[in-house]
Ligand binder design. Structure first.
Ligand code: 1HE
Length: 268
């Protein structure tokens, strides 16, 4: 049974569902550069908890205004004067949201522009594909603010760029942008035009795959990274047993066999 997802309940996220199953989720606090306050985190938890059961086939995650996301809401944090335990629990909500994204089984394409910094980079790194435009830049300014990462950068950003670069970014506030950011793995695509348009195109492509294949790609790969090689190989075989025998795939295999399916060719 498909879960109902009432988009009208969201205040800090603008959510638009398209007929082809692609949903566009936009961080919608442009006057605050889409800084992540505690309410936005709760909305991310809510949306990404329900999306896998709501018939969502792919998600584009974007930011309104000129910047994708300025990270932790520093003003809220300053004013709340949180206790260590309070902030720990808040970080656990960030992890809840970002783990639902990474392990949820629905492809998420982040459309990046402007600042993708601090917690904004942590959010982007929980997506499966990152597309940047010419304005996009990445940084981890926590060190300069007297803070430390709390939304998974030690894991996900380190996975993307490696430990030495991650530590350098945190110690020195180093900014990466342009082709160099792609070469390092912070984004997989850079566009001359709008990253939103490019992300939509990728999402539409991914949405054409069978949902169970996408579930495996956008869930099992991450889980397997957390396992020993032996266990990962075992889990891969089990997952392939389920996915590669799904009845919905038979028509696609038949199309290959009768030569009506597209062949894989080099880019022209
Ligand atoms: C904010 C935030 C924010 C902007 N929290 N309110 N993150 C940072 O250290 C990034 C801090 N932000 C910036 O460096 C800049 O604001 C930007 C590069 C993102 C954008 O610059 P600009 O010139 O377009 O905007 P602005 O004039 O700096 O800010 C416009 C408004 O957005 C202003 O509010 P206003 O009410 O005075 O108009 C800013 O206060 C507000 N704003 N960024 C709150 N981050 C789980 S731990 C994660 C740790 C972290 O993420 S550390 C945060 C790192």
């Amino acid at each position: 049974m498909t879960l109902q997802l009432d988009t009208a309940c969201f205040k800090n996220l603008a959510i638009v569902a398209h007929d082809d199953g692609v949903w566009v989720v936009t961080l919608n606090r442009p006057t605050k550069r889409n800084a992540l306050d505690s309410h936005t985190i709760e909305e991310l938890v809510e949306f990404f908890s329900k999306a896998p059961r709501a018939g969502v086939r792919a998600i584009v995650l974007a930011g309104s205004g000129d910047h994708f996301c300025a990270g932790l809401d520093l003003i809220e944090h300053h004013q709340a004067d949180r206790s260590p335990a309070d902030f720990m629990h808040l970080c656990l909500r960030w992890h809840e949201a970002f783990n639902k994204m990474e392990y949820g089984g629905v492809p998420i394409i982040a459309a990046l522009k402007g600042a993708v910094v601090g917690g904004g980079l942590e959010l982007a790194s929980a997506a499966h594909i990152r597309v940047m435009d010419q304005t996009t830049y990445f940084a981890l300014p926590e060190g300069q603010r007297g803070l430390f990462t709390g939304g998974g950068a030690t894991i996900r950003v380190t996975d993307l760029v490696g430990k030495a670069r991650m530590i350098d970014m945190m110690l020195t506030g180093r900014v990466y942008q342009g082709q160099e950011a792609v070469d390092l793995g912070l984004a997989q695509y850079i566009t001359k035009g709008s990253s939103l348009d490019a992300a939509m195109e990728l999402a539409r492509k991914a949405a054409q795959n069978l949902p169970l294949s996408n579930f495996a790609i956008c869930s099992a790969v991450s889980h397997m990274q957390n396992m020993s090689a032996m266990d990962a190989a075992y889990a891969e075989a089990v997952m392939a047993g389920v996915v590669n025998t799904q009845p919905e795939a038979r028509a696609r295999l038949a199309a290959f066999a009768d030569k009506s399916a597209a062949r894989v060719r080099p880019n022209s």
